[in-house]
Design a protein around this ligand. Sequence first.
Ligand SMILES: [Fe+2]
Length: 181
Amino acid sequence: MARLTPLWTAPPLTDDAAIADFLGARGVAFERWELPAHVSAIAAQDTVTDADKQALLDAFSAKLAAVADGTPYKSADVVAIRPHLPGVDGALARFDRVHRHDDDEIRAIVGGRGIFGFLDDVGRQYLLLIEAGEYISVPAGAWHWFYCDDTKNITALRIFKDAAGWVAHYRDEAAAGGSPA
Ligand SMILES: [Fe+2]
């Protein structure tokens, strides 16, 4: 179950509709996707093979088509973060600093969990614990970060125009006059 925590007030939001309203007012889409049993079974595995990944994509073909309808977001793949994978800490460290992308960051979580942090236009911050069965679309240009808890276990569909669009532009580098953000 998602939990949305504004860091300037309490308590956290745990109701889907309230979370969707909060995020929607800030340009972030949030919805619940029902998970078939075989999807949850795959996501519970320690190792997710290429065939498993294709099965996950196939399970959501109608949802993916709906996202792609009338938008450029027509490609999808599957990422499976597991604690035993080589390089996992380095992979996660690419996104745990405040950054933004040229394209929307669209994810459907099918297993495990992670935390999105957001920095809004007036500098306030909020955190979203996102778990299996939850879909999020972070708009292009929105400052955010992402990290996993100590389980380092999350399986997600990534939906994109092309892989270049979600290269991270870091806020600290932009502030220092580095790469364009
Ligand atoms: Fe990101």
